[in-house]
Ligand binder design. Structure first.
Ligand code: PMP
Ligand code: GLN
Length: 389
């Protein structure tokens, strides 16, 4: 039976495609972003305990109270904003469901949603399914002087129209690792003041940020928080990307609408995982220790790559780093990523896949993304292979 596709341009995601290829060619998978090590045994024990104690039925639609409590305390202590746990915090099936539910709940036909490219893969399909129009604005690409991607706020400003209803941002940023600066927050505040633009702030890497810098959440600014959905995910924070537990903090009126969609997309998310995460996350070291943990891995991969023909770009946050391969090849990023998997046994992600039009001039760079959420042994084995190129 033929279906008229609502997403005709969508195929398998680049992450699934590259992971499949890594398996097929027995390559070391530094592509899709997931840890290749286990989560903390303490967290596993909390989840097992919750299961044995019988937390196996539908939990409350918006999330287990203990978990919303822990999230509320964490956000208030780190970002200084109080979110009411009953009316402003919602536990979701990962950040992915959160993003889909937010977009479906808040924009529609005739609305424009600004996204910054390169952008994470689930934003554009969500906007399209909502019937709204995505307005893609490329970030400034790295130069000799400025080595990281950066938001071009003048360009963003020039694309705001009376139809602009939402701006989606993501810091620390996948795939570039860029982090939010105070100046970015100032610019954002100026941009949205006296408008009815909502912000979807995807902060899933909030606890993976390096070199002593602290994450600047939009929740730290009252003028931004009052119009923002702040999204995060325990998958990144507790090395459990397969559990799909995320959350959204947003003002009450916005949360009411989000929950209307959430309750019919999934109704609620696994009870035992929520109870386990609540008990575990009560200890702030479970997220405060992450920068040091991941910085060691970032440095190990960056130091190793520095001895190869790749040119490493700085990674101030996330568990990804970018490297330029123009000294090795001038083929496209997609072709290079396939070649690297097949011929050298290391899988990466082409950054061009994070653009609506992968071959557009904006993505005319020669950069691939490496994931360093891996054991030292995995990283060392990958470096060994890359040194031979
Ligand atoms: N946003 C970004 C920027 C991501 O990198 C990811 C996934 N890794 C998600 C959202 C989705 O998170 P989750 O796995 O919790 O759905
Ligand atoms: N966020 C992960 C990445 O960027 C992938 C998650 C997924 O495959 N959906 O690699």
């Amino acid at each position: 039976m033929q279906i008229t596709s609502k997403l005709p341009e969508v195929g398998l995601t680049i992450f699934t495609t590259m992971s499949k290829m890594a398996i097929e060619y027995q390559a070391i998978n530094l592509g899709q972003g997931f840890p290749d090590f286990n989560t903390d045994p303490k967290l596993q024990a909390f989840v097992s305990k919750a299961m044995a104690e019988g937390f196996n039925q539908y939990p409350y639609m918006a999330g287990v109270a203990e978990l919303r409590n822990v999230i509320g305390e964490k956000v208030e202590s780190l970002y200084g904003r109080h979110y009411n746990i009953d009316s402003e915090i919602t536990v979701t099936s990962g950040a992915t469901e959160a993003i889909m539910a937010i977009v479906l709940a808040s924009v529609g036909t005739g609305d424009e949603v600004i996204v910054l490219e390169p952008c994470y893969d689930c934003y554009l399909p969500a906007i399209k399914l909502a019937g709204a129009k995505a307005v893609c604005i490329p970030m400034l690409v790295p130069t000799q002087e400025r080595r990281t991607f950066q938001v071009d706020w003048d360009k963003v400003k020039s694309k705001v129209t009376t139809k602009t209803r939402m701006l989606i941002i993501n810091f620390p940023h996948n795939p570039t690792g860029a982090v939010m600066s105070k100046d970015d927050l100032d610019q954002l505040e100026l941009l949205v003041q006296n408008t009815n633009i909502m912000i979807l702030s995807d902060e899933v890497y909030e606890h993976i940020i390096f070199d002593g810098v602290s994450h600047l959440s939009v929740a730290t600014r009252p003028a931004l928080a009052e119009r923002s959905f702040v999204v995060s995910s325990f998958g990144k924070t507790t090395h459990t990307t397969g559990w799909k537990i995320g959350y959204v903090c947003a003002p009450k009126d916005m949360t009411v609408e989000l929950r209307k969609v959430h309750q019919f997309m999934v109704f609620t998310v696994p009870s035992v995982l929520q109870h386990g995460l609540a008990a575990y996350t009560k200890d702030p070291s479970t997220y405060l220790d992450l920068p040091a943990f991941y910085q060691k891995k970032r440095d190990r991969l960056a130091d190793g790559l520095a001895k190869t023909r790749f040119n490493v770009l700085p990674s101030p946050g996330t568990f990804f780093l970018l490297a330029d391969y123009s000294a090795i090849s001038d083929v496209s990023e997609a072709e290079f990523s396939i070649w690297l998997t097949k011929e050298h046994g290391v899988t990466v992600i082409p950054v061009s896949a994070f653009y609506a039009v992968p071959d557009a001039a904006e993505s005319n760079h020669k950069i691939v993304r490496f994931c360093f959420a891996k054991t030292e042994e995995t990283l060392d084995r990958a470096i060994e292979r890359l040194l031979k190129i």
